[in-house]
Design a protein around this ligand. Sequence first.
Ligand SMILES: Nc1ncnc2c1ncn2[C@@H]1O[C@H](COP(=O)(O)OP(=O)(O)OP(=O)(O)O)[C@@H](O)[C@H]1O
Length: 278
Amino acid sequence: MMLSIKDLRVSFDHSTGARTEVVHGINLDLDRGETLGIVGESGSGKSVLSLAIMGLLPGSAHTSGQIRFEGEDLLAVPERRLCDLRGRKIGMIFQEPMSALNPAMTVGNQIAEGLRLHKGMSKHDARNEALRLLEMVQIPQAATRIDSYPHEMSGGQRQRVGIAIAIALKPDLLIADEPTTALDVTVQAEILDILDDLVTDLGISLILISHDLGVIARIADRTLVMYRGDEMEQGDTERVLRSPTHDYTRKLLNAMPSRARKSLDQTGAMTGSEANHD
Ligand SMILES: Nc1ncnc2c1ncn2[C@@H]1O[C@H](COP(=O)(O)OP(=O)(O)OP(=O)(O)O)[C@@H](O)[C@H]1O
């Protein structure tokens, strides 16, 4: 198992001296090449869970349980080791790609920078690799766009660049927190397809976090449904969609726009009456 989380609890200290637990004992396993979707409304603990995996929780946070990644317990390793893992083994894709990009640097140089720093590539090789990565995330006319600045690109293109940076060092695990929320629907679908292809082609494992079950349903093999820091249910995405065992999952399904449900129906993820609530 690439990632195995056991009874993860996260609480925060408040200035009043009180401590509140916000993640109440989550368990999950993720295999190589697998996509796990984590879905739940705002405040359910999705981001806290992903920050815990990356060791990026603030100092006021307390954790217990286990996060084993390729045999190491991430809650027990020194900060230096976590930094190293974050750089090379765990890639991150954010909701707003602009926040992860340097506005004063061409996208090609930003991708190449990591390759030169961590892989010791020559300037020439790093540029070629950056070009290959831009083609991989399907940036049109990559050979020209490589010299563009982030503000010269559309939101969707910037997210493609964000993905190129996240996969540049060939991580084993990608964590994408609401990667398509800021994008319009057609671009959302393209980005999700790219992520799906990367998982298949590169054998990367992906944790896809979204409040939108339609996004999760499109590419996740398995789905974890969270509510207020608790697991509501977890299982094969198709099973979770077709026969949810929890009322909260049914609520999320019913809240999906009919357009999203229709596209699920077309992908075969949902069949029968569940696909036709309207
Ligand atoms: N630094 C922090 N200090 C105190 N409480 C926090 C902190 N970060 C998050 N929380 C609390 O933890 C709970 C879970 O938040 P989290 O951001 O993980 O939810 P989420 O499911 O990712 O929601 P969203 O989709 O809005 O980001 C919330 O009640 C939030 O207020």
